[in-house]
Design a protein around this ligand. Structure first.
Ligand code: SF4
Length: 322
């Protein structure tokens, strides 16, 4: 299957202020994302799962080209996709759209639903009359009930549906959804995820689902990537990663997810590391109950796990040390 959007070696280091540099003499940057590879396919949902601060939202912004990369390549339909503003950026956003966590912040409170949708339609060469059709696509019906409402007159779930309709106005191929349900009431999260799933099928979208909730990722996503401290540490199809989690950090995530824990994990203590001076070797080693000498010095590569194609973990438990 050919990927529509592909990133290789995606890296983002944010420079730190001088005062912080004085504390961490060796480190001069926040290593937010290091060496992330991923492929997004049309008609598939890929979940990127991790704690807050693990770098997953930065990955989404790098893919949307809202931040410049420190290193790495981005390829759309097999061609280099780097853009720096202007018309090429607009063309790129026509194909790669983003949905943000907070639907209230992403909609202008001074404008109606009609304004938000017709503006997006015009920007991407479509006619304003299609606004009603967009609302039907996100199940806000009848559309006339919603077109002239302001964001504060809508519920959180309705606002997020408007944000999704605005993203879909561009007729994108890729949707980058950054924690799209985490600010919504639990009772309406499932409805929004089901809507995204329907849009995936109807519009043949490639969706990147960023979340800290591994249970929802299992429900919604076809593939899963797990991030820890700026690096992807396990990947595979969602069912396999959650049923046969291999990396000790993935097991920790599952052990703390209601409804997913099937066996008690080894106790893990401590906090995620500083990304200004991340640990050498495996970044999880200060917290890992299985850490060995090699883990402190050498970064583990991806090792294939068992006989499930595509399941891998970056952990020395699964491969020979150098
Ligand atoms: Fe633990 Fe070592 Fe595996 Fe890292 S590489 S998760 S420290 S066993």
């Amino acid at each position: 299957m050919t990927a529509v959007l592909e990133a290789a070696g995606l890296t983002k280091h944010f420079p730190v202020r001088r005062r912080v540099r004085e504390v961490f003499r060796k480190g001069r940057a926040v290593h937010a994302v290091d060496d992330v590879d991923l492929k997004l396919h049309r008609g598939r949902v890929t979940a990127m799962v991790g704690e807050s601060g693990s770098g997953k939202s930065t990955v989404a912004r790098l893919l949307a080209q809202l931040y410049p990369r420190t290193a790495g390549t981005l390829v759309l339909h097999g061609k280099p996709a780097t853009v720096r503003g202007g018309r090429r950026f607009r063309a790129y956003t026509g194909r790669v759209q983003m949905i943000f966590q907070d639907p209230f912040a992403s909609l202008n409170p001074a404008h109606t639903v009609r304004y938000h949708l017709t503006r997006a339609l015009r920007l991407h060469g479509r006619v304003p009359a299609e606004a009603a059709e967009l609302l039907e696509q996100v199940q806000l019906t009848p559309p006339e009930r919603f077109l002239d409402k302001f964001p504060h007159e809508l519920s959180g779930g309705q606002r997020q549906r408007v944000a999704i309709a605005r993203a879909v106005a561009a007729r994108p191929e890729v949707l980058l959804a950054d924690e799209p349900v985490s600010m919504l009431d639990v009772s309406i999260r499932l409805g929004v995820l089901n809507l995204l799933r329907k849009l995936r099928d109807r519009l043949n979208l490639a969706i990147l689902y960023i979340t800290h909730d591994i249970a929802s990722a299992r429900y919604f996503a076809d593939e899963m990537l797990v991030m820890y401290a700026g690096r992807v540490i396990e990947g595979g199809d969602s069912e396999t990663v959650t049923q046969r989690a291999s990396h000790p950090y993935t097991r920790l995530l599952i052990s703390s997810a209601p409804g997913l824990a099937h066996e008690p994990a080894s106790p893990v203590e401590g906090e995620p590391p500083s990304l200004i001076a991340p640990p050498s070797g495996c970044r999880f080693h200060p917290r890992c109950p299985h850490a060995m000498a090699v883990c402190r010095t050498d970064l583990p590569p991806r090792f294939d796990i068992g006989d499930t194609p595509g399941h891998w973990a970056a952990c020395w438990l699964y491969g020979a040390a150098p």
